[in-house]
Design a binder for this molecule. Sequence first.
Ligand code: AHR
Length: 490
Amino acid sequence: MNVQAGDPKLQISKHIYGQFAEHLGRCVYGGFWVDENLNVPKKDRLRLDVIEALNKIKVPNLRWPGGCFADTYHWRDGIGPRTQRPKMLNGTWGDVVEDNSFGTHEFLELCDMLHTEPYIAGNLGSGTVEEMSNWVEYLNLNGDTPLAKMRAQNGHPEPYKVSFWGTGNESWGCGGNMTPEFYADQYKRYATFAKSYPGAPLRKIASGANGDDRNWTEVCMKKIPVDQMWGISLHYYTLPTGNWSKKGPATGFDEQAYFNTVKNSLKMDEIVAAHSAIMDKYDPQKKVALVVDEWGVWTDVEPGTNPAFLYQQNTLRDALVAGTTLNIFNNHCDRVKMAELAQTINVLQALILTDKEKMLLTPTYHVFDLYQVHQDAQYLPLQFTSPDYALGKEKIPALNASASKDKDGVVHISLVNLDPKKSVKIESGIDGVAWKNVTGQILTSAKFSDYNTFDKPNNVKLAQFKGAKKRGNKLEVEVPAQSVVVLALK
Ligand code: AHR
């Protein structure tokens, strides 16, 4: 391996480490926003133990209110006195009653407590241009208009200065079943009237492609001028089986299912590379960000839970996928400037699971904890050849990695060994930086299907890593089987 630490040219945006919270299952209601009688520390109905845990991993942005829900959401239902807010049916996710007690002000209070930037997904699917334009004015205008005054009456005289602005979600599917040609025209219409107010420039993000649908990106890049969008999104989920009707269980899987899952997660690299190459044709200066605003492992729900709530457990396998995916994003930081894991609590590949008062941190949480060192650090290119991890006739690279240098000059290398049986030995030159010692942390467990439970919340946890040393100017590491290791060279 070789790490080029001298003369870095790119930054790994902290926004790659973003999160996603939808009005889906128990993510918002019962996750962040709990019953006022639940016996946990709260501010209003915001759960403080959850917020404290998220603050430790530095969440740079939070996307809300969906997902598919966003294109059914009407923001005026979620402002004003809570007792007067209308109820609606959340027809996207289980036909449950949405009481709108968690709306714009509650979300922005949550963002404030998380020290995170809001990323609001506006309703292009079933809303109007006027409705979206009004929401932006309500949020961001410092002025004497009825909407700005209404915001003040509702408790927030200062403009919120929301900047990240999604314009529809999955417009090829749940967001309106549009063609890319139709969507691109709609985007331009909606985006024109979603205004940047003084002190609150909008970073508008177009609804992007489904996985490998390159034509979507091609058409949007061709039709939407580069200066009319800050970013375009991309959604790719890792399914263990690759089959949406039977995705495979979140726990209790065998090595074949493990292999298929990690192999499917590696596809993110070619998908991002393919969309980036299309974007390069229309935007060679890389002004438009590729925003992977939904990614993660999507399995069958936990037995006995509401199938529309997408509640799944989270094992060491999820952590290895998270480490791998974040390495991919870091290595594409010239184009990938933002990404959001789906979703923060109790839904899909969650960081946190809750059961009434109980709460646990998943293995995926620990990866975000380890990788926070890369946020806004300078990207360092790496060269290496990985040994194979083979199962039957198939093989994939066992090792993936990325590296960065932080503002204090510390070099961090994140390494993921996907092979469940063999460790990987590395000898690496570190060019262009002087360093004296190496320390590290590791996430691993006896089985790739191990997970944390409410009774044993520390089954899978971080530990100190002692398997790296400095020999001369070289770094020597033995990365244990099925592990995520992050090293710090000072
Ligand atoms: O994250 C769950 C759902 O997956 C989102 O609502 C949608 O955008 C995607 O299909």
